[in-house]
Design a protein around this ligand. Structure first.
Ligand SMILES: *[C@@H]1O[C@H](CO)[C@@H](O)[C@H](O)[C@H]1NC(C)=O
Ligand SMILES: *[C@@H]1O[C@H](CO)[C@@H](O)[C@H](O)[C@H]1NC(C)=O
Ligand SMILES: *[C@@H]1O[C@H](CO)[C@@H](O)[C@H](O)[C@H]1NC(C)=O
Ligand SMILES: *[C@@H]1O[C@H](CO)[C@@H](O)[C@H](O)[C@H]1NC(C)=O
Length: 534
């Protein structure tokens, strides 16, 4: 090893020069970033930070009223007006989290969630209209000649804008609801072993689960259409021709999926799909003195990290008290990110904080368990730090994420509506004291981290790749250019079937003719004979 250091200086210099000359493209590129607000932005932000560190300029485009997208020193923030004040916006988008914890009739729950979704998608769609009809801004963006659009297609506006300005796009996403990601990539998507959104099926399904797997997407298709169709009509109006949602999505050159096959089940992929699950674990800082002190004070028992994500501000009092009661019954110190009114029965081992450095705390060896709403970011932080989880999924893909971790033996899922204080206490004691949970999550962690390239580097590489080559048409499967009947070869099957039928028909006719020739005469002879004898 020591000999390796004794390289003569000139040789070292040539080595360095060589290294510099093979370093990929260092020219500065221009990246237009159209994020999805909320937690989605938090991991994309790390990719933008890294692109900036590589010498590229990033412009982040967002409504002036938003949740998490604020000015930072590694990008230029460009905002546009929307017709809501911050207060109105918060009420429309965030004013509903109490509802996650309320038990009510299924139909009432359904109609309420529909109303909330309508309001949310109205706000989001309206902000897209404001952006695309802002002529001065569009002219400015067009004149800037960006090399690539980096966008999360959960907010379809970025896809519309990229196509409108004819800029290659890189999508950065967990998924697009209603399997639009499969349609946009033309990736095969069999119902038989790919579990669908909200079913909580695994990839091994019984017959009835496969029935459910096929029915759920059908039931959701109405909502899917209602949410996505307005973007297609907006695009059709701009481009002055018929454009579908799938057309918008298939504009993407490369798709960066925030997943991998440690959390997700194995399935078919396409050449332009890249998996960057765990990208949010890269942002690692030393703990502040405040949090270090909590951990030091916890002694041999260690700590439990508890967060239900940035969307949940307040939990109804009764539920909060049940939770506080359970937390008080374990010997660990609990750090709970909670901004609502503190429950009156809060035990002295539970510390409420307005914010916590989740990934850094989970990375500490004294952290024994993680109570999470099972959002994909949290799950990945649990996986990469090897911390067993107690999961309380609230909405969206969280039930599916939680189910995946539970089937792998890495945590326990609780139904937040039905759980009692004892359920939470038992779940916590199980994941902390039963060694199998720790062993299973450590196994997942070692699989997840055994990779040739870090997910953040992979994401940056592909954005640079698309900038260097102005897209990636060589990765685009020809499936995009086929009609549905060509894709399934129905025209060919029909053609071949027609030939077979024609041949069969001709053969039949020939046989029938032959039959008549051979036996038809006999019949006539017989008849003739008969008539003669008569
Ligand atoms: C939706 O928004 C309207 C006003 O814009 C409001 O009156 C209504 O209560 C909202 N619905 C829900 C479920 O938040
Ligand atoms: C962008 O600019 C080009 C060239 O100046 C022009 O042809 C094109 O129509 C513009 N696109 C939009 C969306 O304004
Ligand atoms: C916590 O304990 C470590 C190791 O004993 C020590 O280095 C550190 O200064 C302590 N931190 C605080 C804030 O007390
Ligand atoms: C916390 O409360 C328990 C009893 O409820 C008590 O035994 C313990 O000493 C208290 N710990 C601290 C640090 O105050």
């Amino acid at each position: 090893m020591a000999t390796g250091l004794q390289v003569p200086l000139p040789q070292l210099a040539t080595g360095l020069l060589l290294l510099l000359s093979v370093l990929p493209w260092t020219e500065s590129g221009k990246v237009l970033v159209v994020p999805t607000d909320g937690s989605h932005w938090l991991s994309m932000r790390e990719a933008v930070r890294e692109l900036h560190a590589k010498g590229h300029q990033a412009v982040v485009l967002t409504p002036e009223v938003n949740m998490h997208i604020k000015e930072e020193n590694f990008f230029t923030l460009t905002t546009y007006a929307i017709p809501w004040t911050q207060d109105e916006f918060d009420r429309l988008v965030l004013g509903h989290t109490q509802w996650f914890f309320e038990t009510e009739h299924l139909l009432k729950r359904y109609s309420r969630s529909m109303a909330i979704m309508n309001n949310m998608s109205l706000v989001i769609h309206r902000s897209c209209v404001e952006l695309l009809h802002n002529e001065a801004l569009i002219r400015h963006l067009n004149a800037t000649s960006f090399d690539v659009v980096l966008t999360d297609p959960f907010y379809l506006c970025g896809a519309v804008l990229a196509k409108y300005l004819s800029i290659p796009a890189v999508f950065f996403l967990r998924n697009v609801p209603c399997d639009l990601d499969f349609k946009g990539t033309q990736c095969p998507n069999p119902y038989s072993y790919i579990p669908k959104f909200l079913t909580t099926n695994s990839d091994h399904m019984t017959f009835l689960q496969r029935v459910k797997n096929m029915l759920y997407p059908l039931a959701l298709s109405y909502i899917c259409h209602a949410v996505s169709a307005p973007y297609a009509s907006l695009a059709s109006e701009l481009f002055e021709r018929e454009v579908s949602v799938v057309d918008l999505l298939s504009h993407a050159s490369v798709w960066l999926f925030r997943g991998d096959f440690v959390m997700d089940y194995p399935r078919p992929i396409m050449p332009n799909m890249v998996f960057i699950g765990g990208i949010n674990c890269a942002n690692r800082k030393p703990l502040s003195r405040e949090f270090e002190a909590y951990i030091n004070a916890s002694g041999e028992h260690g700590i439990v990290v508890f967060s239900l994500g940035s969307m949940v501000a307040e939990i109804p009092e009764k539920k909060a008290m049940a939770i506080a009661d359970a937390l008080g019954k374990i010997p660990q110190t609990v750090l709970w990110r909670y901004t609502g009114t503190p429950p009156s029965n809060l035990a002295n081992n539970t510390i409420l904080v307005k914010w916590l450095p989740q990934n850094d705390l989970l990375g500490h060896p004294m952290t024994r368990a993680f109570i999470t709403h099972a959002g994909s970011h949290g799950i990945y932080e649990g996986i990469c730090n090897g911390v067993p989880m107690v999961m309380m999924p609230l909405f969206g893909d969280q039930m599916d994420n939680a189910k995946r971790m539970e089937t792998k033996g890495a945590g326990v899922t609780l139904n937040v509506l039905e759980m009692t204080s004892e359920d939470l206490e038992n779940a916590l004691k199980a994941v902390i004291n039963d060694k199998s949970y720790k062993e299973n999550i450590m196994h997942l962690s070692s699989l997840h981290k055994d990779r040739p390239v870090e997910p953040l580097d992979l994401a940056v590489f592909w954005v640079e790749f698309v900038m260097r080559h102005k897209g990636a048409p060589h990765l685009r499967p020809a499936a995009h250019d086929l009609t549905w009947y060509q894709y399934h070869s129905l025209d060919v099957i029909g053609f071949l079937l027609a030939i077979v039928l024609t041949v069969a028909f001709i053969a039949f006719k020939c046989c029938a003719y032959g039959y008549r020739k051979c036996f038809g005469k006999k019949g006539r002879v017989k008849k003739a004979h008969k008539s003669k004898t008569h």
